[in-house]
Design a protein around this ligand. Structure first.
Ligand code: APR
Ligand code: PHB
Length: 395
């Protein structure tokens, strides 16, 4: 016997997209049930992105989940672009009047989980066998097996598929109505978290003939660093010493008096890079948001911000649909969200293509020509700044 309950919106996935959507709906007085196949601790323990655009920060503040972010996050005016012997600062505030913020996705997830708990809305963690049903009707449902092994069903008026790239929601849209674009890159990132103060004030994006490197950070005592590696490289090939040596070489340790401080590595893994877009982002009463609908390579720091922008648009559309019986915003959701998705897909591809080495000498010269142009032309730098610091919500 399947235990059945009902709500207004069934949200699949408790990543940033699902959690923030649940909070935005709660503020509209719309009830939701949240389903997540991992445990809360697992979700909180995942090391993910760390850069928030100004519009993301403003939204989080407006909806009451920005206090700790403003207290503990770090405002950054810009980034460094670098190649051997040269480092240039691109100041976003000077160019477009907006900074970015460093605040780990894990911290944001914690804030959003607390807001969800305070709202007293139902969440099921560690669920299994999640399947979507009747999404073309006005009473779509999601079936699953609860952590206690009980088969259950939640019936809603809408299902929000916020279950990331590997979740089931996207696959509930009939294949003949869906179009996807999948672009694999011939490189991956090896990411490390290290207990060492950052050796830089702003993030350093470094082009190097041996491969790209990025110096990012999480706090005054924790650094986050990345190295371009082969997509089928094995993390076992990368001892901590080899990682620090490669980072030092690619980030330019010793150049112009700058030094990279090494320290204990507490986490390391290899992350694949792809661009992926699935359209439409809405079918019947199913709406996709975040990584469930699109993936960008991490070079432009857009994944988390796109998830936030999607649910900002979606919550407004669902409020109009469920509270006022108006379907115009819901009907426009896919097209509205995809405008930003494609803009960010292009920007992420552009940053990735400009910064990663792939062994072709002609391409290397083009990359260097482009980097010099961005560093020296105010117009080019403003273009990077406008995209990196973020376009307005609803762009
Ligand atoms: N049932 C329920 N939940 C599921 C299922 C399933 N079958 N499959 C996946 N999930 C959960 C995942 O465990 C995860 O917690 O859906 C959630 C999706 O969260 P994210 O992958 O974080 O995606 P999203 O919320 O869209 O956030 C996108 O997160 O990792 C970054 O680069 C990404 O920064 C971007 C942002
Ligand atoms: C990070 O800090 O994890 C990070 C920062 C910038 C990026 C990607 C990842 O472009």
């Amino acid at each position: 016997m399947v235990k059945s309950t009902s709500t207004q919106v069934v949200i699949v996935g408790a990543g940033p997209a699902g959690l923030l959507l649940s909070h935005l709906l709660d503020l509209e007085g719309i009830a939701s049930v949240l389903l997540e196949n991992r445990s809360g601790e697992y979700v909180l323990g995942r090391i993910r992105a760390g850069v928030l655009e100004s519009s993301s920060v403003e939204l989080l503040e407006q909806v009451g989940v920005g206090d700790r972010l403003r207290r503990e996050g770090f405002e950054h005016r810009g980034i460094y672009l670098q190649w051997p012997e040269e480092r240039h600062h691109i100041d976003f505030v000077d160019h477009v009047g907006r900074p970015v913020w460093i605040y780990g996705q894990t911290e944001l997830t914690k804030d959003l989980m607390q807001a969800r708990e305070a709202a007293g809305q139902r969440s099921f963690y560690e669920v299994d066998d999640v399947t979507l049903h009747d999404i073309e009707s006005e009473r779509p449902s999601v079936r699953f097996v609860s952590a206690e092994g009980e088969p259950r069903e939640v019936v809603g008026q809408v299902v929000a598929g916020c279950d990331g790239f590997h979740g089931p929601s996207r696959h509930a849209i009939p294949a003949d109505l869906q179009r996807t674009w999948d672009h694999a890159y011939p490189y991956a990132w090896l990411g490390v978290l290290a207990d060492v103060p950052p050796s830089t004030d702003d993030l350093i994006y470094a082009w190097h003939p041996e491969g790209f490197a990025l110096h990012s950070m999480r706090s005054e005592t924790v650094s986050r660093l990345y190295l371009q590696v082969d997509p089928d490289d094995d993390i076992a090939n990368w001892s901590d010493d080899r990682i620090w040596e490669s980072l030092a070489a690619r980030l330019g340790d010793g150049q112009n008096g700058w030094h990279l401080q090494a320290g204990p590595i507490t986490e390391k893994s290899i992350l694949p890079m792809r661009s992926f877009v699935a359209t439409p982002m809405r079918h019947g009463r199913l709406f996709l948001a975040g990584d469930a609908g699109h993936i960008v390579p991490p070079t432009g720091a857009k994944g988390l911000n796109l998830a936030i922008a999607d649910v900002a648009v979606l919550s407004g559309a669902l409020a109009a649909l469920l509270k006022d019986g108006r379907s115009d915003l819901a009907d426009a959701y896919s097209e509205t969200a995809l405008r930003r998705v494609w803009r960010c897909t292009h920007f992420s591809w552009w940053m990735t293509s400009m910064l990663h080495a792939h062994g072709d000498d002609f391409d290397a010269q083009l990359q260097l020509a482009q980097l010099r142009w961005v560093a020296r032309s105010g117009a080019a730098a403003a273009g990077l700044a406008e995209n990196y610091a973020g376009l307005p919500i609803g762009y």
